[in-house]
Design a protein. Structure first.
Length: 368
């Protein structure tokens, strides 16, 4: 035994350490901790996190072992990740546990760039991730993935097989409509097209489907929010007052349709000089933090204005794949970890059997 009856189970000690590490209550972390073999407590403890932080697990494990002061050995403490399917008001989509809308009240704040980099960051944190390009009037995800000329295949002429690029599965109206043909559609027609794109794609089992929403808070956005089983949303803004005013409308829209807002991401927070390291706050300072505080939301990340983000997006060479060890990539991973954790703590798991998880279909087009 590694604990005395008087001191309480070692699972509780682990839960206390995790609560302090994540700034949570022990009641939140205790369900994560269990004996690896219920009938043999000496076999060790398994911690099952309901969110994805794969790049931090080694450091977290070492921190727990250090604080336990020899009560557990390295081989007696195991960490796992298991993302639950979140509860939604609308019936879920086959194989998708959580659909997260990345939205903005206005265009030009870097929503699509943030969406694609968040998707890759979540993937690097151990999640199974897909992306749906719902920006029907300006689909940019195919360009950012480096496969703008690709097209989904269909074996039954009813369902599309999503494309895969760099391990990320994706679908977009940009794969179906030629680049030179602008999608000049009225709201209801565009909304139906997006619903078909979501429902008629043979998605593999995904922890998260990131939806790059069209900018604004009009008919398409409202229809999407009401008809798509969105688990939660994230609002992207830049620090200046004009962008914040529109971001506030985005928050209000999701609140009205009962879709939880996980938090804000402030894009283009600052420009950092490569020569001297000085930070210039080109678009004002701390606007996203002030808006998040006003609405009682976390600020999930503050991302810099950096030429490499634009270059990788235009070239179709994802930043987090090409330069995974850069400070920029770590900024996106920090935001992704915050998003994943916030969703696990905010949205209740789906009740009963998760019947919509059917298993991976065969024949996704593209390369790992």
């Amino acid at each position: 035994m590694f604990f005395s009856r008087k001191a309480g189970p070692v699972t509780q000690k682990v839960a206390v350490i995790l609560a302090k590490y994540f700034s949570l209550d022990v009641e939140d972390t205790l369900p994560w901790c269990a004996f690896s073999q219920p009938e043999n407590e000496d076999a060790g403890v398994t911690v099952t996190l309901p969110f994805c932080i794969a790049t931090q697990l080694d450091a977290l494990k070492q921190e727990v072992l250090n604080q336990l002061k020899g009560k557990l050995g390295d081989d007696q403490l195991t960490f796992k990740q298991s993302v639950a399917s979140g509860e939604t008001e609308v019936a879920p989509v086959t194989n998708i546990k959580n659909i997260i809308a990345v939205a903005s009240g206005k265009g030009g704040v870097g929503k699509s760039t943030t969406s694609i980099n968040l998707a890759f960051a979540l993937m690097q944190e151990g999640a199974k991730v897909g992306i749906l390009d719902a920006d029907i009037y300006g689909p940019s995800i195919p360009i950012m993935l480096g496969n703008p000329d690709a097209h989904p295949e269909s074996e039954d002429n009813k369902h599309m097989q999503p494309l895969m690029a760099h391990g990320l599965v994706a679908n977009s109206i940009g794969y179906l409509v030629p680049q030179e043909d602008a999608a000049v559609w009225r709201g209801p027609m565009a909304s139906r097209a997006l619903k078909q794109l979501l429902d008629e794609t043979l998605w593999p089992v995904l922890d998260y489907l990131i939806v790059d929403m069209p900018p604004g808070t009009g008919d398409i956005q409202l229809t999407m929010a009401q008809q798509v089983p969105l688990t939660a949303s994230v609002v992207v803004t830049t620090p200046q007052d004009l962008a914040l005013a529109d971001a506030q409308k985005g928050i209000s829209m999701f609140e009205k349709v009962n879709v939880p807002v996980l938090g804000l991401i402030e894009n283009m927070s600052y420009y950092q000089c490569r020569a001297c390291g000085t930070k210039d706050y080109v678009f004002s300072k701390d606007g996203g933090e002030a808006l998040a505080e006003r609405h009682g939301l976390p600020l999930l990340g503050q991302l810099p204005l950096d030429i490499h983000i634009r270059e990788h997006g235009d070239a179709g060479t994802p930043l987090l794949i090409t330069s995974p060890d850069s400070d920029l990539s770590e900024s996106y991973r920090e935001a992704a970890r915050a998003l994943s954790m916030q969703l696990a703590l905010t949205v209740a798991p789906r009740k009963g059997a998760v019947k919509h998880i059917k298993g991976n279909p065969i024949g996704i087009v593209g390369k790992e």
